[in-house]
Design a protein around this ligand. Structure first.
Ligand code: KIV
Length: 272
């Protein structure tokens, strides 16, 4: 395992910026465990995001708010063990960085030390500037997240497209420039009009990675379980499914149940 890992050159925050400057698009997916991390790392994904969407996908919560820092560290350390080449970015969960910069730094340090992740992601712009500054000053790479920021869902009231109005669009553009100036290495832009996303991507030199933000950005991110068709009740317009694992798994498990009931599993070859 460790020998295989050494065959690959690790994607770094700098290599992502270089990819943008040479026009190479960046691929990013979420993962929350070792097995999926190993598979998608081997398939050539550039960035693995240990998203707080684990709160929805892994724990079945309605929002991303309930997941804790300890739970994020558990998921992230499993993902890091499976990732030989990809850059692993870990979400700071709701409540772990908003109250003050000191707490934000403490949370980011715990993620880096206890999970072995390579960078952290925080939701928001100007309002969390001091927290971002503190984390960057400690030498921890930061990815920003603007547009639809799911940790603020109760402020927004719905998961609809953000920054359609000029005031919000203007603030988003200013936040993106601020994040670049502060030293963030990349920004996730979620569910905003494609024209605005393209304008933001062109206005800064760090990569803008979109989700529901059109093709004029520097890379794309989606939730792994969504592209694999495991979350069959979720149908946003921005999602493309590359497999239908919900049906595949249902069929495999049904056949297993049938074989066990009919004593067709295990057979002689499968027994000692
Ligand atoms: O938590 C997450 O999965 C995310 C992506 C949707 C960008 O933040």
């Amino acid at each position: 395992m460790s020998v295989a890992k050494k065959e690959y050159k690790r994607v770094t925050t700098k290599s992502l910026i270089d990819m943008k400057s040479r026009g190479e698009k960046i691929s990013m997916l979420t993962a929350y465990d070792y097995t999926f991390s190993r598979i998608i790392d081997g398939a050539g994904i550039d960035v693995i995001l240990v998203g707080d969407s684990a709160s929805n996908v892994m724990a079945g919560h309605e929002t991303t708010l309930p997941i804790t820092l300890d739970q994020m560290i558990y998921h992230a350390s499993s993902v890091v063990r499976g990732a030989g080449r990809s850059l692993v970015v870990v979400d700071l969960p709701f409540g772990s960085y908003q109250s003050n910069p000191k707490e934000a730094l403490r949370s980011a340090i715990r993620i880096m030390k206890e999970s072995g992740g390579h960078a952290v992601k925080l939701e928001g712009g100007k309002e969390i500037k001091e927290s971002i500054k503190r984390i960057l000053n400690a030498g921890i790479p930061v990815m920003g997240h603007l547009g639809l920021t799911p940790q603020s869902i109760y402020k927004f009231g719905s998961y609809t497209v953000r920054a359609k109005e000029e005031t919000e669009a203007q603030k988003l553009k200013e936040d993106a420039i601020m994040l670049e100036k502060m030293g963030c290495f990349s920004i996730v832009l979620e569910k905003v009009p494609a024209t605005l996303a393209e304008e933001v991507a062109k206005s800064i030199s760090i990569p803008v990675i979109g989700i529901g933000a059109g093709s004029g950005v520097d890379g794309q991110v989606l939730v792994l379980h969504d592209i694999l068709g495991m979350t069959n009740e979720f149908h946003p317009r921005f999602l493309r499914r590359y497999a239908n694992l919900y049906d595949e798994i249902t069929s495999a498990v049904s056949r297993y149940v049938e074989d066990v009931k009919n004593v067709e599993f295990p057979n002689k070859e499968e027994s000692y």
